[in-house]
Design a protein around this ligand. Structure first.
Ligand code: SF4
Length: 437
């Protein structure tokens, strides 16, 4: 029998499936004894995202640390990385694909070096964060959607495209106490035909409706906000007016949006959605369900916030703690040559790619990065993947549930936290004058 496994490959963190090792014997979820050469096969779901991710842990997935094209010991790799960080006047920590323990270790090293931190999905993360900082937000959990939501509005297309188990996780079309709950699912997309295509096929108990945006997403949300507040909007689409009435009449309406699907200035969309939710809560019950923060981004953001009081895109600089949601954008800093060293952490997979940069790069991540990182000025240290090669913890998409992860294979690799702890000590040894926070 295989034990249940928590999948770390998207922020839903599904915990009702299992993994079998093939061709070697399946091992307990799977088992700490499964070899790094085993193929890992998802059981209980057809999720393509998880299957593709697990396929990257097959044979050939181990690697040694390397400095440039030279394979080295972990000690040499850490010593080289420490020298580069100690020399750096403004390092950047990017990617940030790790779990709670890795994030805690990253925070200590960031304080030690004055590094700016930004996740690989930092731009998407900032949309919701900026709206939250400005005016607050009322959000819900997957369990509450499952138990209570009678109207679910997906504003940025089908969440199942990026999070394939979305509907099952929310209980949409699933039997509750023997009967599927009656729900109305509204799907928005740029064009009505796209929205129609994005609707799931015949979910029991679910009525559906496909709507095109009113112009663009910004206009759609602002018009809907006005209509929900019973303000007069000239030329409002009748379908939007009907949706506003449906939302006001709902027992519990949930507005779903994906940070990664928002355009530039998406914080305005997030703020508009929060306004709709706030208006509805004066007379009924409603909440937003923002989906994002994959590859550890939401987890690292939470950890940095509780340790330092500020979210990502911050640094402990000469002026103390600074938070710059625009200026500390990793891609912009690299393009502008505003940093002189990059530490990139990507322990969940090989996407997104490590940025090309004309500065020394230290990469902690999935072993399959190795061939692409054999160039000069790069230290690569392969690290275990939380939920595959090591235990760990990640925050789920709804932000309030911290899920424990178990190892399913012995990757024979150190964790990101282990490597960063050694790196921090090595940097301290080179720069004894600076105190660790
Ligand atoms: S939906 Fe996400 S968490 Fe669930 S199995 Fe697929 S990738 Fe994993």
């Amino acid at each position: 029998m295989t034990a249940l496994w928590t999948c770390p490959f998207c922020p839903l963190l599904c915990d009702r499936f299992s993994v079998a090792a093939s061709p070697v014997e399946a091992s307990p979820a799977v088992s700490p004894g499964a070899s790094a050469g085993a193929c890992l096969v998802l059981q209980g779901s057809d999720c393509t995202r998880a299957r593709d991710a697990l396929a990257r842990f097959g044979p050939g997935g181990t690697a040694l640390p390397q400095v440039g094209a030279r394979q080295v010991t972990l000690d040499v790799a850490v010593a080289t990385a420490a020298e580069w960080l100690a020399r750096s006047r403004q390092p950047l920590f990017g990617g940030l694909g790790t779990d709670v323990a890795g994030a805690r270790a990253l925070y200590r090293l960031a304080c030690e070096t004055g590094a700016i931190t930004d996740a690989a999905h930092g731009r998407a993360l900032m949309h919701g964060l900026r709206a939250l900082q400005d005016r607050g937000a009322f959000t819900t959990t997957l369990a509450e959607v499952r138990e209570r939501a009678d109207v679910v509005v997906c504003l940025t297309g089908s969440p199942a495209e990026r999070l394939p188990e979305f509907y099952r996780r929310c209980g949409i079309g699933e039997a509750m106490d023997g009967e599927p709950s009656a729900r109305h699912l509204v799907m928005f997309d740029g064009a009505a035909a796209d929205a129609e295509r994005a609707l799931p096929q015949s979910l029991p108990g679910v009525t559906t409706e496909a709507l095109a945006w009113h112009g663009d997403l910004f206009t759609t949300v602002s018009v809907l906000a006005a209509l929900v507040a019973r303000r007069t909007v000239r030329d409002a689409l009748p379908a939007l007016a009907a949706l506003a009435a449906r939302l006001r009449a709902a027992r519990y309406a949930v507005l779903v949006w994906e940070a990664a699907a928002l355009p530039a200035h998406g914080a305005l969309v997030a703020e508009g959605i929060n306004t709709i939710v706030g208006t509805l809560n004066r007379s009924t019950r409603s909440a937003a369900l923002p989906l994002g923060g994959s590859d550890g981004a939401a987890t690292v953001n939470q950890v940095f916030t509780w340790l330092g009081g500020l979210p990502l895109r911050s640094r402990l600089g000469p002026a103390g703690l600074e938070h710059e949601p625009h200026r500390f954008d990793a891609a912009r800093l690299l393009a502008d040559g505003a940093v002189d060293a990059l530490l990139w952490v990507a322990s969940f997979g090989t996407e997104p790619a490590v940025p090309q940069a004309a500065v020394p790069r230290i990469v902690l991540g999935h072993p399959r990065f190795a061939p692409a990182l054999a160039g000069a000025q790069t230290v690569f240290i392969p690290a275990a993947t939380p939920g595959v090669g090591s235990a760990g913890h990640l925050f789920r998409a709804d932000g309030v549930v911290l899920m424990p992860l178990t190892a399913v294979v012995d990757q024979q690799l150190p964790t990101v936290a282990d490597v960063l702890a050694r790196l921090t000590l090595a940097v301290q040894a080179l720069r004894p004058a600076r105190a660790v926070a």
